[in-house]
Design a protein. Sequence first.
Length: 27
Amino acid sequence: TVEQLKALNNLPSSALQTGQRIVVPLA
């Protein structure tokens, strides 16, 4: 949903660097 996408934008880049694929579970 749009709210989920906004939440992803609010996540710190460090969370992505940890190797956690956040977009996949939401897809």
